[in-house]
Ligand binder design. Structure first.
Ligand code: GTP
Ligand code: MG
Length: 195
């Protein structure tokens, strides 16, 4: 699936613009700047397929990417970014919530959590939304290259504790670094085996 090129299909700003739900899809959700776009680039072996940036709030649309014979990969706008004008933030949040709760072919949501920070309140709200929508989600820790072994153990415990109250949580956590390549193959395999 990841051996063939992954292509950008479209960026969507409203539910009405979604491509037809004619295949399964997986999405990448997470706080602004957590590394969603970088992870998609690492998975697809492309430097700048999904635009990654130092500026939080870079991804402002729901971006769809097509794989050959596999699911859509969906890059979501980040949440928890308060520096954009309030109406703009509200519009993204509403779109994000509509997508996460209303997309019928959404097979799994990968919720990215910064390995330095663990699960924050704003993450927990998204996890609750996914529980209510019965969307299986799986936590992916990002930027693992930035923490020590000891910090890694601590954050894994914190995340497991936070997931205990979420029925839609997949039990397996994936630890990644888009920078160093850690966990990227594991995630590719998970996505490839979903149907
Ligand atoms: P928004 O679209 O704004 O919500 O951000 P995003 O979640 O798509 O994050 P993005 O991929 O743009 O990455 C944000 C910043 O984190 C960039 O400066 C990346 O280079 C950096 N980054 C992403 N992944 C990693 C990683 O695995 N390790 C390190 N060290 N930095 C990373
Ligand atoms: Mg992004």
């Amino acid at each position: 699936l990841f051996a063939a090129p992954v292509d950008f299909l479209k960026g969507v700003v409203a539910m009405s613009g979604m491509p037809p739900a004619d295949r399964v899809e997986v999405c990448f959700a997470g706080r602004s700047n957590v590394g969603k776009s970088s992870l998609i680039n690492a998975l697809t072996n492309r430097k700048n397929l999904a635009r990654a940036s130092n500026t939080p709030g870079r991804t402002q649309e729901i971006n769809f990417f097509t794989t050959t014979g596999g699911p859509y990969l969906v890059d979501l706008p980040g949440y928890g970014f308060a520096e954009a004008p309030v109406p703009v933030v509200k519009k993204w949040q509403d779109l994000l919530k509509a997508y996460l709760s209303g997309r019928v072919n959404l097979r799994r949501a990968f919720v990215l959590i910064d390995a330095r920070h663990g699960v924050k309140k704003v993450d927990d709200e998204i996890l609750t939304l996914l529980d209510r929508s019965a969307v299986t989600f799986q936590v992916v820790l990002t930027k693992a290259d930035k923490i020590s072994r000891t910090e890694r153990e601590a954050v894994l415990e914190q995340v497991k504790g936070a997931l205990a109250k979420h029925p839609a949580a997949h039990p397996e956590l994936v630890v990644t670094s888009s920078e160093k390549g850690e966990g990227i193959d594991v995630l590719r395999t998970i996505i490839t085996t979903l149907e």
